[in-house]
Structures are given as structure tokens and as C-alpha cells.
Design a protein around this ligand. Structure first.
Ligand code: AMP
Ligand code: MG
Length: 491
């Protein structure tokens, strides 16, 4: 039964003419549903319960868009590895509509890999099964870790080949986002449009994401501050689970503060502040520890586009923007420290908490200890079971000294009954382990076998619960695997 209509709205298309190009998805040869996110579909109130796979595949391949869809390719620019590309835009994505979800929030629904658009440049507009399923795994893992993220609604295999370094099976991903507004969207309008259009975009973003700023004396300053605050919180969350985005270009930084673009991302295994996995990030611009600094740099690019709106006199506008950008490191530190305390099992602030955390991380680094397991075993130590933690450290005396400090710090707080349990709610047992992700994607892409993908996805949905049946998903990859491990932009 074909799906004939969806409750789509189109505020972006309606309110921001000139910021996009209308464009139809390419039709695909043999759509086959590989993944459908039923619970997300319910959350979005799409009314798709009971639809058969063929109808969902026809819809989410772009072959049979329902009435009410109005596909557009959004325009944006971006600083890529520090260099400004004035004309990027959706080269292989189409926003098909917006819906209001169960919580009353407006969400974008977009296809990715749906064919060429006016922004495709030399690209084919296509996507492959492996990278699109990877986006499912990473996004759903982040969601289960309670980290703001875009999410995958569906993946449909196209039955067509995509030509990269080798021939791959093609796929279309359906992505859901609080919006697809990016720092790069502002850069595009600032570079190509009028001041009035920059104002239009900012007003749109404020109405959609920061309605409380509408009352502020300087709404655009309030907006900049709110975007920076959300990024500070987001990057702190990334750091606390060892997430490395891998390609923090300004076009991959979302205004709503969700993690977006799961191309070359990876979770760190052994703790290494300099960790980089992306094959194209040769200089380590987007290394793990560089992420807060890069976020600030990207926000400065956003601030530049807003200058004419911040104040009439340029000098004053620069002063206001600089204040927000200069405050970013402290705002980031605030969120990082709050997260650190939770991970350490502390319920209130202490003066030396940052130093306590740093010296713990130094220990992990010195011994190349697995980041996720070390935190998890620290929760066991909080209830007196220290052996599993010690086993990770190969008898390092520094660990004993540090544990002593930590125990004293914990003892200085009113006795907490459920410290270990609280630590387990913030220190995940499971992250998407790189070797598990790779084996699942290889089976799906090379053999069309989704069993490992589905099992892994199931495991990643409960990252805080230790389940012996899922132990293989908690095991770190071997050092040899990680030494060779590289990620690629999802093209
Ligand atoms: P990304 O690295 O995914 O953030 O993409 C950067 C830019 O390249 C965006 O404008 C994309 O739409 C575009 N792009 C990436 N892959 C393709 C492709 N296969 N065909 C057309 N455009 C692409
Ligand atoms: Mg991108």
C-alpha cells in the first residue's frame, strides 16, 4: 500500500527563499529497506505503523515521495580544514519536509544519497550502504548515550552500484535533525546575500531554536551566546565518552547543537589526547583534544557573519562578539567539569576536581588504558571492587596514589549510598567499538548480511547496562587493529 501523504510543513522553504534550490530525488532501481527506526517514527508522529517494507522503501529511497513533500537542496558554505569554500550546499541531500514531533518540537526530515543537486559539483550525489549504516550505528549510540544528535530514520539499499575506490552497493539514508541550519548556512548568506537576508536567517534560527532570545535587548547577541553555550555543552559530552567527530568543518557544526555528520567519526579506545582516525586529517586539526578549540574557532566564524546585526558601530559589534567567543573556554570548562564530577562519582564541587581528573587522564594516557573500561571499572572501585580496575593498569604505582586521592575526595562528601550506581549511569559500558562496527558494516556491505549490524545496534541501545550476553561488544579492539584503523569521509 503506497504511502500517499505525510504531515509535512516547510517553514525553511517558505520563509527563506533564495537559500536553497528545489530539486527532485533521483529514482532508484530496486529499493530494499535495510533499517527503519520505528520508535523514532512514532516520536515524529509520522503515522507509518503497520506500513510494509516495500512501501517504506519506496518512500525513503525517494522513489515515491508522498503528497506534501517539497524537496529542496539547502545552500551553505563552509571552512573545510580552515579553508573557506563559498559554495558547498547539499550535494547529495534533500530536505523533504518538517514535522512537529510528540514533544512539540519541529524536526527536519532529509534524504542523503538521493542523487545530484545543483550543489553537487563533481560528486555523484550518491551514498553507499556501509557509510549510511555507520551513520545509523553512531547516531543511535550517541542518542542512547543521551548526547544530542541527528538520527537515522531509515536506510534503503538502492540496488545500484556506487563507484568509489571500489564498487559499493548504494543506499539512501533518511536523517532527522532539529534543523539543518549550520554555521556554514550563515556563512553562505553572509558571503552571497544582503544584510537583510542575514537578518532573515538569524530571525528564522532564533524563532526556531532560541525563541526566548526574541525578548532580549540584543536578540542576535543572545542567539550567539545560546549557540555557543550549546556547543560548549555538546563538546564536553563528546570528550567524556571519547568521541572524535573527525571533520569539524563549519558546515558540519549545527546551530541546534546536535552532533551532525557521521563521516569519519570514531570512539577512542586507549586514551590518547592526540587521537586522530580520519584518513584525510593529516595535521590532526580535528584530533580529540583539539575539539573544544575548534568549536570556538567555528563559533568565531559564526560571530563574524552576525557582526552587522550585533551593533551599528563595527567596533562595538566586534567587542560584543569577542566577549562571547572569549568566554567559550570557560563555558566549555564549566560543562566539562560538571561531567567530570559525575564520572568521578562526586556530587558537589571541590577545588581540586579538575586536577584530580587531569591526573587520572594522565595515568590512562601513560599506560594507554582503555578509556571506556577504565571509567567503568572506577565505578566498581567505588563499591570496593578494585581488582578489575587494577587489572587494566598493569600494576602502576601511580594508580595507587591516585586512588588514595580519589577515595579521600569521595570521603569528604556526605556518605553517598549509590555512588557506584550513579557512576554507571554516566560511564557507559558500551560504546561502538571500532572493530565491531567494521565487522558489522563489512558483512552488510560485502555480503548483504545484516545480522551483525542488527545485533550491534541492539547492544548499543543499552550502553549503561552490563549484560554478560553482550560482552563481546565491550571488548576493546586489539592494539594491532587500532594501529591500522582509519576512517573516511562518508562519500
Ligand atoms: P561532507 O564531507 O559530507 O560534510 O560533505 C561536504 C560537501 O560535499 C557537502 O556539500 C556535500 O553535500 C558534498 N558531497 C559529499 N559527497 C558528495 C557526493 N557523493 N556527491 C555530491 N556531493 C557530495
Ligand atoms: Mg557535512
Amino acid at each position: 500500500m503506497p504511502i500517499t501523504s505525510l504531515p509535512f510543513d516547510h517553514t525553511y522553504a517558505r520563509e527563506l527563499p533564495g537559500f536553497y534550490a528545489p530539486c527532485q530525488p533521483a529514482s532508484v532501481r530496486a529499493p530494499l529497506l535495510l533499517f527503519f527506526n520505528h520508535s523514532l517514527s512514532e516520536e515524529l508522529r509520522l503515522g507509518l505503523a503497520g506500513q510494509d517494507d516495500a512501501a517504506l522503501a519506496a518512500l525513503f529511497s525517494g522513489n515515491a515521495l508522498p503528497a506534501g513533500a517539497q524537496p529542496i537542496a539547502q545552500a551553505y558554505s563552509g571552512h573545510q580544514f580552515g579553508h573557506f569554500s563559498p559554495q558547498l550546499g547539499d550535494g547529495r541531500a534533500l530536505l523533504i519536509g518538517e514535522v512537529i514531533d510528540r514533544h512539540g518540537l519541529r524536526r527536519d526530515i532529509a534524504l542523503k544519497g538521493s542523487g545530484r543537486t545543483p550543489f553537487s559539483r563533481n560528486g555523484d550525489g550518491k551514498a553507499a550502504v556501509g557509510p549510511m549504516l555507520r551513520e545509523v550505528l553512531m547516531g543511535e549510540a550517541m542518542h542512547a548515550l543521551d548526547i544530542p544528535t541527528t538520527r537515522a530514520l531509515a536506510v534503503v539499499a538502492t540496488g545500484e552500484a556506487v563507484f568509489r575506490e571500489r564498487t559499493l552497493p548504494g543506499a539512501v539514508l533518511t536523517r532527522v535533525a532539529a534543523s539543518h541550519l549550520r554555521v556554514g548556512t550563515f556563512q553562505y548568506i553572509s558571503a552571497h546575500g544582503s544584510l537583510e537576508q542575514v537578518r532573515q536567517l538569524a530571525d528564522y534560527a532564533i524563532a526556531r531554536h532560541e525563541p526566548e532570545c526574541q525578548e532580549a535587548a540584543n536578540r542576535y547577541l543572545g542567539f550567539l551566546r545560546a549557540v555557543a553555550e550549546r556547543q560548549a555543552a555538546l563538546i564536553a559530552r563528546w570528550m567524556h565518552v571519547g568521541f572524535i567527530h573527525g571533520v569539524m568543518n563549519t558546515d558540519n557544526m549545527g546551530i541546534p547543537g546536535e552532533t551532525i555528520d557521521y563521516g569519519p567519526c570514531a570512539f577512542m579506545e586507549a586514551y590518547d589526547p592526540g587521537a586522530v582516525f580520519s584518513s584525510i586529517d593529516e595535521m590532526g586539526r580535528y584530533a580529540y583534544q583539539a575539539q573544544p578549540r575548534i568549536a570556538r574557532w567555528n563559533l568565531a566564524r559564526l560571530a563574524e557573519t552576525l557582526l552587522p546585526l550585533l551593533a551599528e558601530a563595527e567596533g562595538q559589534a566586534i567587542e560584543l562578539a569577542t566577549e562571547v567567543i572569549d568566554a567559550f573556554p570557560a563555558r566549555y570548562q564549566h560543562h566539562w567539569l560538571a561531567g567530570l564530577r559525575a564520572k568521578l562519582g562526586l556530587s558537589g564541587p571541590g577545588d581540586d576536581d579538575a586536577a584530580l581528573g587531569e591526573s587520572w587522564l594522565d595515568l590512562l594516557h601513560a599506560q594507554q588504558v582503555d578509556f571506556t573500561l577504565a571509567w567503568r571499572r572506577l565505578a566498581d572501585a567505588a563499591e570496593g571492587n578494585e581488582a578489575p580496575l587494577r587489572a587494566l593498569f598493569a600494576g602502576q604505582p601511580g594508580l595507587e596514589r591516585w586512588l588514595q586521592r580519589w577515595r579521600e575526595r569521595c570521603a569528604a562528601e556526605p556518605a553517598v549510598q549509590d555512588r557506584a550506581a550513579r557512576m554507571r549511569r554516566t560511564n557507559p559500558w558500551l560504546i561502538p567499538r571500532n572493530h565491531r562496527v567494521e565487522e558489522a558494516l563489512a558483512a552488510a556491505s560485502d555480503e548483504g548480511d545484516l545480522t551483525l549490524f542488527e545485533q550491534l545496534l541492539h547492544a548499543l541501545r543499552q550502553p549503561f547496562d552490563e549484560d554478560p550476553a553482550l560482552a563481546r561488544y565491550a571488548e576493546p579492539a586489539s592494539g594491532a587493529f587500532m594501529a591500522e584503523f582509519r576512517t573516511f569521509c562518508g562519500t
